[in-house]
Design a protein. Structure first.
Length: 675
């Protein structure tokens, strides 16, 4: 009841909120996860309220009050369940009689408890035949000394500190001028480049190619369908960035100016500039001006506009007070442009291969683990950058001569640069990549129209009946209308920032899942705590805390797996996920099933319902496993601090001399007291 209530309340609330705040959902990245968390919070609260279940952590007094409130209905239910169906049992009307019920509750307070205990084979007391009760010591299994969980508040805090410290150390090694040019760092960078360019890229990506004939057909179809401007726009991009081979293949290219090549180009220009410079300070300012121009205008490089970068560099030099006569300025702009152009390499635009999702299945978990380990440092460094952003903005202005830094600001800027590296300007979207992806879609979407076009041409040149020709023309007009509708929808969507999301679906899904899971986890931990407090009538607070701590650790491990698999499935099958609601469902269902199974399997929990005996057998099986799995389950137990079931549930053996297993004797005894 609670689950059904929770799920439907969440769905209804999200339908209302996401519908009412469509613009915010599609434009503000944090709005969706925040709304998801709030709706889950409301549904978790209302579903418990509706069933009279506690919402927050119960105190000792509240647990007693909760039990007292439900006592009468529970007592009545327990009496019925224990007496009903027994041989020679008391009739239901006798049990519900007020006098008899009062007798059972007051005059013989231990009878019902004792009988209930006999039924469950967990009692060490007996009664009957007016004999005095006897007691024997029961051999109780000794509790094994279980170690505390490896993951607790202290270790969690220490781990965060280590990850943040390690993050700063690695960032310094990567970006600092003292270390980044060392042989060690160069070796690491070379290894990363080798893995990316020689191993991953050849399997995951291919150069974009389209035949000139196919491209011309697509553009012709667009023009015929009434999309002349769209066709001309794509032809402009093709002419600007495309390269045609002898076979008539069009490839899209972008220019890349690597950091080493850029440095080489700047040094070459500086050498030729030395005779014009007064001192080394001027040369250094000259070099830094070109560096700034390159960093701030990355898009110009991708568009082969090296002369524009040279113009930007000379503007920065002039702001710094470096003056040139008109002829020197022109020759300098030409010299910088030529040198940068010479050092830039042309590389083909790459598109995904069909094998990429299967390659990502292997690589994504490692990327996720690395990003999860980097998260504490990322949050801390972002916070530091926000605090220091006014100084960094002033430092950026100082580089072009529009501001001046004092000694403290210089020191802070130097430290930021050494630890985090130079601040890079954001790159614009490269329209060649959009073009490459668009061609694949246009090829598919124009195909029905092209076939209808060919059929019409063929019909005109052959003797077909008027009726047949009419059908062909009707089909041609229909396909033309469909193509025009598709193009217009695509154009409208590209400018739609209200009902069309500008954020990545896969990222939003992961953030929303994490936000809602975090809220649900808090309630689940409270449920586990409250369960022990209610059963112990508020007396066993220590065990309640222990149970809650175990649940926290289990939920943390579950959240880890959930995040891993959401990221894994959504990133790997991104095109399927984004294609349609059916595609999204096709990814989400196996993702959820895999996550739920592995989160349980990872801590040795069974997937289906089990009896206590089956649970103990499963636990024993995991404990006795050999090899990797055995070590893994033992490690998980140490990690979570989970106690074995045999230590958590005390089984008191009944006294054989006192408890008679004969059902007849028991029911006769019951009959006697009920009369």
């Amino acid at each position: 009841k609670q689950e059904i209530s929770r799920v439907f309340t969440t769905a209804y609330m999200q339908l209302l909120t996401f519908g009412a705040f469509t613009k915010q959902v599609n434009t503000i990245p944090w709005f969706t996860p925040l709304t998801s968390a709030l709706t889950v919070l409301l549904s978790e609260t209302t579903s418990r309220k509706r069933l009279g279940k506690p919402i927050f952590f119960l105190s000792k007094d509240k647990a007693k009050e909760y039990n007292k409130r439900n006592k009468d209905s529970k007592d009545k239910s327990d009496i019925k369940s224990n007496f009903k169906g027994k041989e020679n049992s008391v009739k239901e009307e006798n049990i519900t009689d007020k006098t008899d019920y009062k007798l059972l509750k007051t005059d013989t307070p231990n009878i019902f408890t004792s009988f209930k205990s006999l039924n469950n084979n967990t009692t060490s007391k007996s009664f009957g035949n007016n004999k005095p009760e006897t007691k024997e010591k029961v051999n109780e299994p000794k509790k094994e000394d279980t170690k505390k969980a490896i993951i607790n508040a202290k270790t969690f805090k220490n781990a965060i500190i280590i990850l943040i410290t390690g993050g700063f150390a690695l960032s310094f090694l990567k970006n600092s001028s003292f270390t980044k040019n060392t042989k060690f760092m160069q070796a690491i960078n070379n290894f990363k480049t080798f893995c990316k360019n020689k191993l991953y890229n050849p399997i995951a990506y291919k150069d974009f190619e389209i035949s000139k004939g196919e491209f011309d057909k697509i553009m012709s179809s667009l023009k015929e369908a009434g999309c002349k401007e769209i066709a001309e726009g794509h032809e402009f991009i093709k002419n600007k960035y495309g390269k045609e081979t002898a076979d008539g293949i069009i490839k899209m290219y972008q220019s890349k100016l690597s950091s080493s090549k850029a440095t080489e180009a700047i040094n070459n220009i500086a050498k030729n500039f030395e005779f014009k410079a007064e001192n080394n300070v001027v040369i250094e300012e000259f070099k830094s001006s070109i560096k700034v121009a390159i960093e701030q205008n990355k898009t110009l490089i991708s568009e082969n506009k090296f002369e524009n970068i040279a113009q930007k560099a000379t503007e920065i030099m002039q702001k710094k007070g470096m003056k040139f006569d008109e002829n020197t300025l022109k020759s300098l702009i030409q010299e910088i442009g030529n040198e940068l152009s010479k050092n830039a390499q042309q590389s083909a635009i790459q598109v995904d291969r069909k094998l990429k999702p299967f390659v990502d299945i292997v690589t994504e978990p490692f990327k996720f683990i690395a990003s999860a380990a980097n998260l504490p440092f990322k949050i801390t460094s972002s916070f530091i950058k926000i605090l220091l952003s006014p100084i960094e903005k002033k430092a950026a202005k100082a580089m072009v001569g529009e501001a001046q830094l004092n000694n403290l600001e210089k020191g802070i800027h130097r430290a930021v640069t050494e630890i985090f590296g130079p601040q890079k300007a954001k790159q614009g979207h490269i329209n060649q990549v959009i073009f490459a992806n668009a061609m694949e879609q246009f090829s598919k979407k124009t195909m029905p129209f092209r076939k209808a076009q060919e059929a019409l041409e063929k019909a005109k040149n052959s003797n077909v009946s008027k009726e047949e020709l009419s059908k062909i023309i009707s089909n041609f007009n229909k396909e033309k209308e469909n193509l025009l509708k598709y193009v217009n929808n695509a154009v409208e969507k590209s400018f739609n920032g209200v009902t069309q999301s500008g954020n990545k679906n896969t990222d939003l899904a992961m953030m929303s899942k994490l936000a809602s899971s975090a809220v649900t986890s808090a309630f689940l931990v409270a449920d586990n705590y409250n369960m022990v407090m209610i059963k112990s009538n508020g007396e066993d607070k220590e065990n309640a805390k222990e149970t809650a701590n175990e649940r926290i650790i289990q939920r943390l491990s579950a959240l880890f797996y959930q995040t891993l698999f959401i990221n894994w499935f959504n990133a790997t099958f991104r095109s399927t996920y984004n294609s349609s609601l059916k595609g999204m469902t096709a990814v989400v269902i196996p993702n959820t099933i895999t996550t739920e199974i592995l989160t349980r399997k990872s801590i040795g929990m069974p997937i289906r319902r089990k009896t206590l005996e089956q649970l103990e057998a499963n636990e024993e099986k995991n404990d006795n496993r050999k090899g990797f799995l055995g070590k893994y389950f033992k490690f998980m137990r140490l990690l979570t601090g989970k106690k074995p079931l045999k230590d958590r549930i005390q089984k008191n053996k009944p006294d054989k001399n006192i408890v008679n297993s004969n059902n007849k004797e028991t029911t006769n005894l019951l009959e006697k007291y009920s009369k």
